[in-house]
Write a protein that binds this ligand. Structure first.
Ligand SMILES: O=C(O)CCC(=O)C(=O)O
Length: 282
């Protein structure tokens, strides 16, 4: 089994289930949470930013100075935490997610691939500022789905792979909300099928989301164009300066590294069910 994490039982969960929960470690102290709270209190959400999705992401809606401040916070508290959690990993990017009261559904999706080699994985560390449950739209994860797609996930089609049978996934009894308390860290493979429902409480749900890559020094995003798939150079500075809007608008500010024939990127409901049964036999 590949060694991603120092903690062997969490490593087993991450490799097998595609996610794990750091519950009893005191990685994050009070000053981290008060610094995060003070950054969040400076964010003034403009109503238009919430359209059409209903949530705020600093990587999309914030400006470079805010993203730089978040990066400073991550450098101070999260980079050392990543070093003590992972055998070999580094932070690629971070974002504050705010789901205001009574809004903010994330459609079921996989995250964008950010590594050229498929055997070099990437993970999200999902760090809530307040306890999250199904009441305020905590993260929902479909365990063991992280190995279903053997091709990079491009930024422009990441939620289209199972568009034909999203209802089946959304109502599946294994696709479950995960309760995460303030002080805990949920870690999941970027390829896992996940999403979340709206925040049904009157209090905003706030999360620091940090993407880490295991091993690779070269990180990239993928984009599909007609019959080809292109990869573009990205790094920590790129996300601070340009956020993800540049990527969504066709990568004006970075370099194309490669262009290849488009791999097959869809899956049928039958294939999904088959892969799920194989994943449960292991
Ligand atoms: O915060 C959420 O509800 C969803 C976040 C998400 O999709 C992600 O971190 O990849």
């Amino acid at each position: 089994m590949i060694d991603l994490l120092h903690n062997t039982s969490l490593n087993r969960d991450l490799v097998k289930e595609g996610f794990c929960q750091f519950k009893n470690d005191s990685f994050l102290n009070d000053s981290f949470y008060s610094d995060l709270e003070s950054l969040v209190s400076d964010i003034k959400i403009i109503e238009d930013q919430l359209q059409p999705v209903g949530y705020y992401l600093s990587i999309m809606h914030g400006d470079p100075s805010l993203r730089n401040k978040i990066n400073q916070l991550v450098l101070k508290y999260i980079d050392p935490m990543v070093d003590s959690m992972f055998t070999e990993a580094s932070v690629l990017t971070s974002s504050i997610i705010i789901k205001p009261a009574h809004t903010g559904r994330f459609t079921t999706h996989m995250n964008w691939s950010c590594t050229e080699r498929l055997d070099h994985s990437a993970f999200t560390l999902w760090i809530p500022l307040n306890d999250t449950t199904s009441a305020n739209g905590t993260l929902k994860i479909f365990p063991r789905t992280h190995t279903f797609f053997n091709a990079p996930v491009p930024v422009n089609v990441h939620n289209q792979y199972f568009a034909e049978f999203t209802d089946y996934i959304n109502t599946h009894d294994q696709y479950k909300p995960i309760d995460v308390k303030k002080g805990e860290v949920l870690c999941f493979d970027e390829r896992i099928v996940h999403g979340s429902d709206i925040n049904n409480t009157a209090t905003p749900r706030v999360v620091l989301q940090v993407v880490v890559t295991h091993k690779p020094k070269e990180t990239c995003f993928f984009f599909t164009k007609e019959n080809s798939i292109e990869s573009y150079e990205i790094n920590r500075e790129y996300f601070i300066n340009h956020g993800v809007l540049d990527a969504l608008m066709g990568f004006k500010n970075t370099r194309c590294i490669s262009e290849n024939e488009l791999p097959i990127m869809s899956i049928t409901k039958e294939e999904f069910i088959h892969k799920l049964s194989l994943a449960h036999q292991q």
